[in-house]
Ligand binder design. Structure first.
Ligand code: 6LW
Length: 518
C-alpha cells in the first residue's frame, strides 16, 4: 500500500511538473531587424526592448509570459519631443536600449546618437506614455542602469575603450559620482553593451566584445564591489559563434546580451545574432535570440552548456503561452499597428487610413533621401523566403508621381518597384536598384493608374513582379540579395519592406488597398 501511494505521488509530481513546463522553442524569438535586446521582469510578465536607429516610433517594446513568445505592444519613444530624428542618417538615431523595473516604475535608457546623447525615460505603465527624456551627461553608447540593495542607482556604459560606471539619479539623469573606468574587457574589439547584476554577494559585469559582425561574443567579470576591481571569468567568452563548433551554423554574430531570472527561478539570456543566407550575407539585420543559462551559487553563468545555441532549441522552457498568429493580410481596416515604422519623424497627415485603404501623400522626397522623412511605412522582413504584395492606385496623379513597394536597407541601398506617371501622361511600371553610387532602372509601359505589385525574397534573390488583375504576375526585375546585405552596405540596419509614395507636385496621392506578408 505504502509503495503504491509513493508511486502515485511520484507520478503526480511528474505530471504536475510536466504541466508546468513546456519543451522546445525556435530561435530567433523575435524575427527581423531587432538588435541589442534588453529584458526585464515584473512577476510573470516580461518586457523587452530593441534598437531602432532612424525609425520612428523608437525602441520597439515587446511583452511575453514565457520568454519564448513575444508580442509587440508598442514603442517606448512615440513623440518627437522624445525622439528628434531630423538629419539622422540611416543608422543614426537610437542605439542600444536597456529596460529595467524598479520600485513599481519602468526605466528605459538609451542613446540618440543624432541628438543629445544618453537619456532616460520612465513610466508606471509600459503600454501608456513614457516621460520626456532625462538627459545623462555621459559620453559613449550602450547605457545601462543597475540598482544596488542600498537603493543607489548606477549607470554603466561603453566609453571609448572600456566600460564606465557612475552613480546616477534615474529620475533626473543627474550624475552623482565621478565616472570611473571599470573594465576594458578581455581584449576583444569594441568592449560595449554592459549590464551589471548582483548575485550571491558578487557584482557581475556582462559585456559584448569582438564587434557586431562575425567575431561577436559575450564576456563576463565579477567583483565584490560595484566599482571593481573586476576579475574576468576563466572561460570567457561565455557566448560566441566565432569558433569551430559553430562555423557552419546559420546563426552568426551572437553577442550583446542581457540575462534574466525567470519567475520559476530559471536563468535565461537574450542576445542579438544574425541568420546568414546567400553565402555569408545577412539581410534581416540583427535579430533577438534566447538561450538558457545555468547559474549555480557562486559560480559563473554557463550559456546553454557550451556557450552557443541553435535555431531549434530542445530544452525545457516556462509554460508557453503563444499569442494569436499575425494575419497574412492587412486590410487597412484599422490604424497602422506597432509593427509599422516610419523613416525619421513623419508628418502624420500624409498617412490616412480610411474606408479600408491606406492613402499616402507623397512629397518631392524619394527613398534616397538622407535627411528629411520620405513618405514611407515599413514592415520588417522576418523570413528569408517571403512574398509581399499590395494593390495600389495613383490618384490625382501629376508628372513624376510614383508609388510602390521597396526592400529598403538604407537611403543608399534599396530595390524598389512602383507605378509612375511620366511626361505626356504615360503610365509605366519601374524597378530601381539603388546600390550606393550605382542606380539602375528598368521600366515598362503600363496602362491605367491601378496595379498589383509583388516582391518575393529568396536566399540569393529579390524578385519584382506586377500584375493588371492580381492573378497573372509578370517578373520585371531580379537582383542579388547580397548587394543589400549588411556585409555589403555596412551599418546596423535590416531590411524593411516598405510602401512609399512620391509626388513632386505635392498634389497626387497613392491609395493602397492591402498589404500581404507571407
Ligand atoms: C550597439 C552596440 C552594438 O550600440 O551595435 O552589437 C550598436 N552591438 O552595442 C548598434 O546596435
Amino acid at each position: 500500500m505504502k509503495r503504491l501511494l509513493t508511486s502515485i505521488l511520484i507520478l503526480a509530481i511528474g505530471i504536475s511538473a510536466a504541466a508546468q513546463n513546456s519543451f522546445g522553442y525556435e530561435n530567433p524569438i523575435i524575427k527581423g531587424f531587432n538588435p541589442d535586446p534588453s529584458v526585464c521582469r515584473v512577476g510573470d510578465d516580461y518586457y523587452l526592448v530593441t534598437s531602432s536607429f532612424q525609425y520612428f516610433p523608437g525602441v520597439p517594446l515587446y511583452h511575453s509570459k514565457d520568454l519564448v513568445n513575444w508580442e509587440q505592444i508598442g514603442h517606448v519613444l512615440t513623440r518627437e519631443s522624445q525622439l528628434p530624428l531630423k538629419d539622422a542618417h540611416s543608422w543614426g538615431g537610437i542605439f542600444a536600449p536597456t529596460i529595467r523595473h524598479h520600485n513599481g516604475r519602468f526605466y528605459m535608457i538609451t542613446t540618440n546618437i543624432s541628438g543629445k546623447g544618453n537619456f532616460i525615460v520612465s513610466t508606471d505603465d509600459p503600454r501608456g506614455e513614457w516621460s520626456d527624456p532625462m538627459w545623462v551627461d555621459m559620453p559613449g553608447i550602450d547605457p545601462s542602469l543597475f540598482w544596488d540593495e542600498d537603493g543607489k542607482c548606477w549607470y554603466c556604459g561603453a566609453g571609448n575603450d572600456g566600460i564606465i560606471l557612475c552613480q546616477v539619479n534615474p529620475d533626473t539623469g543627474e550624475i552623482l559620482s565621478k565616472p570611473r573606468m571599470i573594465w576594458y574587457g578581455t581584449g576583444g574589439r569594441y568592449p560595449e553593451a554592459p549590464h551589471i547584476y548582483k548575485k550571491d554577494g558578487w557584482y557581475y559585469l556582462l559585456i559584448a566584445e569582438g564587434g557586431t559582425e562575425f567575431g561577436h561574443g559575450v564576456t563576463i567579470a565579477r567583483s565584490k564591489y560595484v566599482d571593481g576591481p573586476y576579475t574576468p571569468a576563466p572561460h570567457n567568452p561565455i557566448l560566441t559563434h566565432f569558433k569551430q563548433k559553430t562555423q557552419n551554423s546559420q546563426i552568426q554574430g551572437t553577442g550583446h546580451a542581457d540575462i534574466i531570472q525567470a519567475h520559476d527561478g530559471s536563468w535565461w539570456l537574450v542576445c542579438l545574432g544574425f541568420r546568414i543566407q546567400g553565402g555569408q550575407h545577412h539581410l534581416m539585420g540583427r535579430e533577438t535570440f534566447l538561450a538558457p543559462v545555468r547559474w549555480d551559487t557562486n559560480a559563473w553563468p554557463v550559456v546553454n552548456g557550451t556557450g552557443d545555441f541553435a535555431l531549434e532549441m530542445n530544452v525545457p522552457t516556462l509554460p508557453q503561452k503563444p499569442f494569436e498568429p499575425r494575419q497574412a493580410r492587412n486590410e487597412f481596416d484599422s490604424q497602422l499597428g506597432a509593427e509599422w515604422s516610419w523613416i525619421r519623424n513623419p508628418e502624420p497627415s500624409r498617412y490616412v487610413v480610411e474606408d479600408g485603404a491606406l492613402r499616402m501623400y507623397g512629397t518631392a522626397a524619394d527613398l534616397d533621401e538622407s535627411s528629411v522623412s520620405p513618405t514611407f511605412v515599413g514592415f520588417r522582413q522576418q523570413d528569408i523566403n517571403f512574398t509581399a504584395q499590395t494593390c495600389l492606385s495613383l490618384r490625382n496623379a501629376h508628372t513624376g508621381d510614383k508609388a510602390g513597394m521597396t526592400v529598403y536597407m538604407d537611403s543608399g541601398s534599396h530595390y524598389d518597384i512602383c507605378l509612375k506617371k511620366d511626361k505626356g501622361g504615360r503610365w509605366a511600371v519601374e524597378v530601381k536598384y539603388a546600390m550606393g553610387v550605382l542606380n539602375h532602372v528598368i521600366e515598362e509601359p503600363f496602362s491605367g493608374n491601378s496595379i498589383y505589385l509583388r516582391i518575393t525574397g529568396e536566399p540569393d534573390f529579390y524578385k519584382f513582379w506586377y500584375s493588371v488583375d492580381g492573378k497573372d504576375f509578370k517578373m520585371l526585375g531580379i537582383n542579388h540579395t547580397r548587394y543589400l546585405s549588411s556585409e555589403t552596405v555596412g551599418g546596423f540596419m535590416g531590411i524593411m519592406i516598405g510602401l512609399w509614395a512620391q509626388s513632386p507636385s505635392g498634389r497626387g496621392y497613392a491609395q493602397f488597398e492591402y498589404f500581404d506578408y507571407l
